[in-house]
Design a binder for this molecule. Sequence first.
Ligand code: NAD
Length: 371
Amino acid sequence: MNKNRKILVLAGDGIGPEVMKEVLLINKWLDKNFKTNFEISERLVGGAAYDAEGDSISDATIEEALNSDAVLFGAVGGDKWNDVKREKRPEAALLRLRKEMDLFANLRPAIAFDALTKSSSLKENLIKGLDILIVRELTSGVYFGKPKGIETLKNNEKKAVDTQSYSTSEIKRIAEIGFDLSKKRNKVVTSVDKANVMETGLLWRNIVNEVHAEKYNDIDLSHMYADNCAMQLVRNPKQFDVIITDNLFGDILSDCAAMLTGSLGMLPSASLGAINIEGKRLGMYEPVHGSAPDIAGKDIANPLAMILSFSMMLNYSFNMIEESSMIDKAVQSVLAKGNRTKDIAEKSENYISTSSMGMLLIEELNKILES
Ligand code: NAD
């Protein structure tokens, strides 16, 4: 029996609580069948926390996140909080969690589900079977480098500066995560940079090569310039397995890769941090989509991105590979039988509710277990 596995659930605003409800039902099913024994606590975050506690995330919630093995995050935000000061706005909670948990590695899978290949903008044969993992550095690079700002020059012109900077240790730790993850996959890594025109790119490439030579020489490593990678992603995406890249390039390439596969409602993500003194690597798991205020409260949101994020948590935080792949398999089967929420429905009038999707998944999980 497993013990001491703590999960903090932060459902948030809008459709966050609706999609999280389905995850909690799947968690109950897992516990019944596999005695997972997760210790789950739930807290407010985002606009809901601002209304009840005066801030988008309280210190106590941050403390609890740091003491958990994993955080499941729904979504935050909505028009109601548009006029709230920037530092207390719902989205600030997410930034604070990333910072305090030191979540430096963002994992964005792009998986094409067979049943949905038609919804890609690319030809079906290019997409069928696609399974890429983009590992993006999340806490450094040009979004955080100093100096940063806009100044007025003597001639009254304005000048804006952002600084791209990376240190050896920042590159080393993201490279290690990428190589480690590739061991659970096909052991093929593409490192993406602009070593031809950027000093940070040059250092990036050198350090990735050093880490590779030191500990991971059984992994097939190649390098690619970021502009070429963007082209290759739409030309022949299946050539990739794991891509490791910096914050800026990762931001752009992960959105590009994700959209190869169809809808926002299908996209999970994970953010991983450093290993702490207790030997634990903190992780936060969340769908890529936001709180979708336009459909909140209607029971029509697609819960699959949140459910697939939960599956990533089982895999990456708890090494529960069998349970994680059961969930992925159940998602494939439910879709293959033609079940669609509104966002992925072929005919807009022919769709099922959020809760029906959750229920069908549990039925499918039961079938997989019996087979
Ligand atoms: P959004 O992702 O919430 O919605 C974009 C569109 O996709 C909407 O039409 C929405 O209905 C649809 N959609 C999103 N998720 C869906 C799902 N699971 N099922 C079906 N349809 C889905 O982005 P937005 O409209 O730009 O932002 C809405 C709010 O969410 C804003 O306050 C924004 O700041 C916030 N936001 C939060 C996060 C987060 O919490 N991580 C991320 C992005 C946006």
